[in-house]
Design a binder for this molecule. Sequence first.
Ligand SMILES: [Zn+2]
Ligand SMILES: [Zn+2]
Length: 344
Amino acid sequence: MKAAVLYNAKDLRVEEVKEPNPLSHQVKVKVEWGGICGSDLHAYLQGLATEPHPIGKQEPPFILGHEFSGTIVEIGDGIRKYKVGDRVVVEPLLYCGECYACKIGYYNQCSQVGFIGLNRDGGFAEYAIVDENMLHLLPDNVSFEEGALVEPAAVALHAVRESKLKPGDSVAIFGAGPIGLLALLCAKAAGATKIIVVDLSQERLAKAKELGATTIIDGHRDDIVQTILQLTNGGANVAYECAGAQATMANAIASVRQRGQVMAIAVYSKPVNVDMGQVLYKAIDLTSTLAYRHVFPEVIDMISTGRLDVKPVITKKIALDDIVEEGFNPLLNDVKQAKILVRP
Ligand SMILES: [Zn+2]
Ligand SMILES: [Zn+2]
């Protein structure tokens, strides 16, 4: 079968690989659509680990892709809950089930957490092997394209559900990439009134406006914080930091009101400084979420019932053969795109 295998930094090859077979607790999924994620870009730029992951237990290189939907075409001997023909999305976390975090149900904080598509073969392929406990059924009225958006939408919905946002609150969102845009949709669904979005890209800001941002602010401006303080009468209730940079973290802290919250959803590749004086003075709740837990069914229900329309976040659809030229390169070189979907 055809698959996109990451050999090394910037060495992603679409090539023929052996078609995989499921073990007794696994199913084989014919992949319909897969989304390219920020963490795929990180992996592409930096390369993946050279040792097998303790839970993934596979020798690299790996097939990339962890945001995907498809149809079950084969099931292992031990599978009872799913059958051939089921339409599914994949919750791609690998976790041990035994550490403190896993024991208390926080499997996303597992001390050995990993992802299929980053630490084991994933979904940028014609077929993927998926453990039964990673599967969620897709209702008939949710398309495979929308299914491919469930994973990033789960990141955003989990962060909004874990945040202090109440209906009627004002929010500021720093970063209008896929996660920032999905956080905007989730905050809107949760009843936020003023939704202010800051980004460096005009295209992304226009998309944020289309999705319901009440104010968009060009990140090049030097009055970002003053503008937010003014629009919100002294500061936003919650700031979602979806960019992972020093400047956006500093602005998020400066933009919330007394007893407001900064919820960091981004991936931080470098440490950032935090002005503890402001945190103290305003009694800010500074917190973060990693990935998601126990929230895929809710995301799927929200899409199915029309509470969360994720389709506009998709800005481009490409074939697997073109994943580097039409997928990774545009995402790395210009920030016009939000979510790019790949079809094997
Ligand atoms: Zn992702
Ligand atoms: Zn664990």
